[in-house]
Design a protein around this ligand. Structure first.
Ligand code: B1M
Length: 212
């Protein structure tokens, strides 16, 4: 079995104690950090499929998520490289009612590594909290909102609507993303940008900040 396959298996089976060592071994063997990350993202896809098919339940999803987070911790210094803060300030969070944070954390990490200062509001973030955070950080260039559930797409819509109605709207750009989000939905709710993954989110953030 290849090391990347081994890493994927350990994530799928939620073996958080083993993942750090395996990721380090994979790095030492010269594997590309992005390939290691992708093997963990694919593993979460397998976990999601198994959950959908009632082969596993929420606790198994949780332990898989914990294992992936531990793996990302070891990987982070190898993925992130930029000088923090120089590109501007980004506020990020997962919208109200949504507790998924792995994707949002990856987006935050890639945006940070593109040179931004990132204020991470965490999960289950109300639109009021996003607004408050921008008011407390008037130099914010971008607000980035994640939604990972079809049932929290309305919360994303409400958050973007609240941001769009705010007096500071012309000074910021609003980015959205997450597995159920599409370009069409982003356009419909009035976001400035949609990107499908963490790497494209970081590239788009640079583009938007340059235009601010
Ligand atoms: Co949940 N869950 N979950 N879950 N979970 C999904 C999302 C699901 C697809 C599984 C399935 O059924 N196949 C399904 C959603 C179905 C739907 O929406 N219709 C689902 C469900 C149903 C649920 C619950 C309702 C289950 C229940 O309780 N009955 C519940 C909801 C809780 C809540 O939020 N209120 C729930 C709970 C959980 C756990 C807490 C157990 C755990 C999350 C732990 C955590 O995050 N700390 C969990 C997990 C682990 C998953 C899966 C298995 C993995 C999610 C993940 O981390 N993926 C997931 C299945 C799957 O994704 N295939 C699933 C890896 C991550 C890197 O990908 O998050 O998509 P992703 O992020 C990507 C992109 O989307 C994008 O970039 C990221 C990196 O490339 N992206 C952005 C994300 N944000 C972005 C922002 C951007 C741009 C790009 O710009 C701002």
């Amino acid at each position: 079995m290849s090391k990347l396959q081994e890493i994927a298996d350990v994530v799928i089976n939620g073996k958080a104690k083993l993942i750090g060592g395996l990721v380090q071994e994979a790095l030492d063997e010269g594997n590309d950090p992005s390939a290691i990350l992708n093997s963990m993202i694919d593993a979460m896809g397998v976990v999601g499929e198994r959950f959908k098919n009632n082969e596993i339940f929420v606790p198994e999803m949780l332990v898989a998520a914990r294992a992936m987070k531990k793996g990302v911790e070891v990987l982070k210094p190898h993925l992130a490289s930029g000088s923090a803060g120089a590109a501007g300030k980004v506020i990020i969070g997962t919208v109200a009612g949504d507790l998924h944070d792995i994707g949002k954390n990856l987006v935050a990490m890639m945006i940070e590594s593109a040179g931004f200062e990132v204020i991470d509001l965490g999960v289950d973030v109300s639109s009021d909290k996003f607004i408050e955070a921008v008011r407390s950080n008037p130099d914010t260039k971008i607000v980035a909102c994640s939604a990972l559930l079809t049932t929290t797409m309305p919360a994303l819509r409400d958050t973007v609507a609240a941001l769009n109605a705010a007096d500071f709207r012309s000074k910021i750009k609003v980015m959205v993303g997450g597995a159920p989000i599409t370009q069409e939905f982003a356009d419909e709710i009035g976001a400035d940008a949609y990107t499908p993954d963490a790497a494209s989110a970081a590239a788009k953030a640079k583009e938007l900040a340059a235009a601010c």
